[in-house]
Design a protein around this ligand. Structure first.
Ligand code: ZN
Length: 73
């Protein structure tokens, strides 16, 4: 999904595209769980509206994405 679609579905989620503050608490762009920016991964499936950048997702969601792409065992 794109950022604007995610924000429409979940207006209360704090989704941060990029920050240098690794301790910043935000919501996973996929499942919405609270996670520190330093613990997130760049999503393949959740992106900025122009599709150029992946949004931060939690390790669980990232692993699921890798499995869907066939990149993980
Ligand atoms: Zn997640």
């Amino acid at each position: 999904m794109k950022l604007s679609e995610i924000m429409e579905l979940h207006p209360d989620w704090n989704i941060v595209v990029s920050t240098t503050d690794m301790d910043l608490e935000l919501n996973c762009a996929s499942c919405g769980q609270k996670v520190s920016f330093g613990d997130t991964y760049t999503s393949f499936e959740q992106t900025t509206d122009n599709g150029f950048f992946g949004l931060p997702v939690c390790p669980d969601c990232y692993n699921k994405e890798l499995k869907r792409k066939g990149l993980s065992h």
